[in-house]
Design a protein around this ligand. Structure first.
Ligand code: HEM
Ligand SMILES: *[C@@H]1O[C@H](CO)[C@@H](O)[C@H](O)[C@H]1NC(C)=O
Ligand SMILES: *[C@@H]1O[C@H](CO)[C@@H](O)[C@H](O)[C@H]1NC(C)=O
Length: 335
């Protein structure tokens, strides 16, 4: 099966290489994204990303979670401009060592791989920021989530900001009011926030991010004392000892961490969300609005899917007013 997959990947790429020999010049309004942005300059762009994502997610479903989160951490810092992908150099400090990124965000090799295929087919055309946007959508479908059309035409930044990454990316310890404010600042509503955080239905959290919650009494406070929450707490304590094992991981959706569904919201209803920030949306005294949305998404997966897709398009629409370039290598600005 896996030999078959990698074989079909390389055949596909060979076909794409033959098909794409020349480029048209590109005209663009940097403030506007469109669905047809690459239709003349790189008509196979979407297929190339899809094909690579297909292989990557079949190999390891967590690759889907990596791409969704990278797109989020990109868009919340200077807009969706590929800044999160930049490596540190002598003249540039990247965002990879920011508090919420260091030892945490992953998937850079996969981005490199997708970008290499795109460069082979259409050199210098498809931005790294767009790669993340398309890959995040494909990631979502490939693990069972909704489809949406991805507006494209983003440019890659020539700068990064570790300070903005530290200030603008929400942290799991922050209270609900702070989390909401951080989304509002980016033009995203409370509904967008709850829907987007619903992507915690896939992927893992490290013990260091939930130790306080399980040993500090917070978990017992929110949990409904049902057998399921007690079982969840026991599982978390197994993975995450009071001391050590900082990098041990648990799914944020205990039930199906490799499937994009609405089971994550059930964990919040039980009071057994893994991250304090997740549980806040249901249990905070200020959570009258967010808890109703959580209830709705648990009752209606189709509504969650629709709002998630809309939220991703809105988040993906945050632009960097500085404009930029199309990087050849996502890790470095062009010279
Ligand atoms: C209230 C806002 C949010 C907070 C505080 C938050 C926090 C976190 C934390 C602490 C982790 C675990 C990281 C680790 O242990 O290394 C995580 C993982 C993840 N987050 Fe969020 N997040 C938020 C919103 C979002 C949004 C808006 C998205 C995407 C649209 C997202 C997507 C993900 C994904 C997919 C993972 C799993 C990554 C993996 O498996 O490595 N998160 N988040
Ligand atoms: C978690 O980490 C601890 C300490 O490093 C280790 O002994 C334990 O086996 C780990 N548990 C899991 C479930 O990975
Ligand atoms: C995206 O941004 C543009 C320009 O800022 C705006 O006109 C458009 O309505 C936005 N689209 C979405 C879906 O938010």
């Amino acid at each position: 099966m896996s030999i078959f997959n990698s074989l079909s990947c390389s055949i596909f790429v060979a076909l794409v290489l033959i098909g794409e020999a020349f480029l048209l010049s590109r005209a663009q309004d940097p403030s506007r994204l469109s669905l047809s942005y690459y239709s003349k300059t790189c008509p196979t762009a979407q297929d190339i990303v899809r094909s690579e994502m297909d292989c990557a997610v079949k190999t390891n479903p967590r690759n889907a979670a990596f791409m969704i989160r990278l797109h989020f951490h990109d868009c919340f810092v200077q807009g969706c401009d590929g800044s999160v992908l930049l490596d540190d150099t002598a003249t540039l400090i990247g965002e990879k060592h920011a508090d919420q990124n260091v030892n945490s965000i992953q998937g850079f090799e996969l981005v490199d791989k997708i970008k290499e295929k795109l460069e082979a087919a259409c050199p210098g055309v498809v931005s790294c920021a767009d790669v993340l946007a398309i890959a995040a959508r494909d990631a979502t479908i490939l693990v069972g989530g909704p489809y949406w059309d991805v507006p494209v035409g983003r440019l890659d930044s020539k700068t990064a900001s570790v300070d903005l990454a530290n200030s603008d990316i929400p942290t799991p310890q922050q209270p609900l009011a702070t989390l909401i404010a951080k989304f509002l600042e980016k033009g995203l509503s409370v509904t967008d926030m709850v829907a987007l955080v619903g992507s915690h239905t896939v992927g893992m959290s490290r013990c260091v991010n939930f130790r306080e919650r399980i040993y500090g009494g917070d978990f017992q406070l929110t949990s409904k004392n049902e057998p399921s929450s007690q079982a969840n707490l026991a599982k978390l304590k197994d993975v995450c000892p009071a001391d050590g094992g900082d990098d041990n991981v648990s799914g944020m959706d205990y039930y199906s961490p490799t499937v994009f569904d609405n089971a994550f919201f059930e964990t919040l209803l039980q009071g057994s969300g893994v991250l304090s920030s997740d549980q806040e949306m249901y249990s905070s005294l200020l959570g009258f609005q967010t808890s109703r949305i959580v209830d709705k998404y648990w009752a209606d997966a189709a509504l969650f899917f629709k709002d998630f897709a809309d939220g991703m398009v809105k988040m993906g629409n945050i632009t960097n007013p500085q404009g930029g370039e199309v990087r050849k290598n996502c890790r470095f600005i062009n010279i």
